[in-house]
Design a protein around this ligand. Structure first.
Ligand code: HAM
Length: 417
């Protein structure tokens, strides 16, 4: 037997209603905030992710699905949604008209991670990117959209936030961090040696306890921010407090991708054992559009993992409402297929949700099937019914069964479904 690739999941029919609900909620939230949907290809040129300005994150360096296509081009399955959207924004001149450009997407993402709880090789994200604004209002709006999305499921995760600062602050902090780490560098992991060279901010993201112990007393980014950045961060936290968003400042939050500047945030619930995984995260990235070849444009956005949300809802015993069963099952016991097919079609044309026998089963088996799919009504059509211009209809909840004129069936269903 051929099995599903490691780290991937089928969305089975029994669960697909949950995905439909999540998509609907995402669409409704997007509508409420006037976000327009964008879809970009599942694969992109590798250079979109491995840019000339370099990226030192594990996601880009270790986890990408990269291959040569038959034309010898290096192609990568998107590890995240942002870069493709930025590429499309530039390529299609989406910013040429009026700003801000407010976009959302639901996309699969591919990361060659060690499969474990909450870490898949194919996962899906609901993502939002707001191009063109660098204001307090846009920072708050990004967090609010995500917050609103979670609230639609009756959950209120904690928002962890940090502020990475402007270019100058970042450069300054990198220098300070390098100086702090240098005396202990020999005792730190191999990856941290690379991080020290390429992007010392990533040191804060190291998962090794030994390295984290060395870093416990490292100077914090917040202590090294310039006055302007400090005041921006203060404004954000003050505003979050005043609109009642629960947040915690995490001075070591740097996020798993390199493109962030200024505000970064993640959504967590520390009460739940989610395998220590964030439910979602994002931040501001004001340099990415420029580094991909577009005009410098401030952007803020986030991505929410759909599989992690589903696991979280399950752990919290929050049930999404299953789809209503079909209104009617049409059981037939006649050679006159033409009549039955037309009858079923006429009910669907009137807007009823209808299923019918496709297996030429006995009436008894058809009732069994109708029971199994939890149909609200079963209509029986046999030769007698056709000759009399009547149908038998059984209310499967009350077991009441009556015969009515075929012409009256639509009215009957309208009143009783
Ligand atoms: P990210 O934090 O790498 O950010 O991913 C966003 C969310 O996707 C995570 O918080 C998590 O819920 C989910 N996720 C990530 N990796 C996996 C995985 N291996 N298995 C299951 N779920 C996963 C980004 O991708 C950024 N593009 C977000 C963003 C948009 N920033 C600005 N705009």
């Amino acid at each position: 037997m051929i099995n599903i690739p490691k780290g991937t999941k089928d969305i089975l029919p029994k669960d697909s209603y949950k995905w439909q609900i999540i998509r609907n909620v995402a669409n409704n939230i997007a509508d409420k905030y006037n976000l327009k949907e964008i879809s970009t290809p599942v694969f992109e040129s590798t250079e979109l992710f491995v840019r000339s300005d370099g990226d030192s994150s594990d996601i880009v360096n270790k986890e990408m699905y990269t291959f040569l296509d038959k034309g010898n081009r290096s192609i990568t399955l998107k590890p995240e949604g942002t870069a493709g959207v930025v590429r499309s924004y530039i390529e299609n001149g989406l910013g040429n008209e009026i700003l801000p450009v407010k976009l959302f997407y639901i996309t699969p993402c591919y990361r060659y991670e060690k499969p474990q709880a909450g870490r898949l090789r194919e996962h899906h994200q609901f993502g939002v990117e707001i191009f063109g604004a660098n204001s307090l209002a846009s920072d708050i709006e990004a967090i609010l959209i995500a917050y609103d999305f979670y609230k639609s499921f009756n959950i209120e995760p904690t928002v962890l936030i940090n502020f990475l600062g402007c270019d100058e602050c970042k450069q300054n902090y990198k220098k300070i961090l390098r100086e702090f780490v240098l005396p202990n560098l020999d005792n730190m992991c191999e990856d941290c040696h690379k991080r020290y060279e390429t992007n010392p901010l990533r040191l804060l993201d190291c998962k090794s306890t030994t390295c984290q112990n060395f870093l416990a007393k490292a100077p914090l980014i917040s202590e090294c921010l310039c006055e302007k950045c400090k005041s921006k961060f203060n404004d954000i936290t003050r505003m979050l407090t005043s609109i009642g968003i629960k947040y915690q400042i995490d001075p070591k939050l740097v996020r798993g991708l390199d493109y962030y500047t200024d505000l970064v945030f993640e959504f967590w619930d520390f009460d739940e054992n989610l395998g220590k995984n964030a439910l979602g995260g994002g931040g501001r990235y004001d340099k990415l559009v420029g580094s991909i070849g577009g005009k410098d444009t401030p952007v803020i956005g986030f991505g929410i993992g759909i599989e992690r949300l589903l696991t979280y809802l399950e752990n919290k015993n929050i049930h999404l409402k299953e789809k209503e069963p079909v209104d009617v099952y049409v059981a037939s016991n006649t050679e006159n297929e033409n009549y039955v097919i037309k009858f079923v079609k006429s009910l669907r044309d009137k807007g009823f949700r209808v299923d019918s026998d496709l297996m030429s089963r006995s009436i008894k088996s058809q009732f069994k099937y109708a029971d199994k799919i939890n149909a609200k009504f079963v209509i029986v059509i046999g030769d007698d019914e056709i000759n009399e211009n009547k149908i038998s209809i059984k209310n499967m909840r009350s077991s009441e069964q009556i015969k009515i004129w075929s012409n009256d069936v639509v009215e009957y269903l309208k009143q009783n479904v």
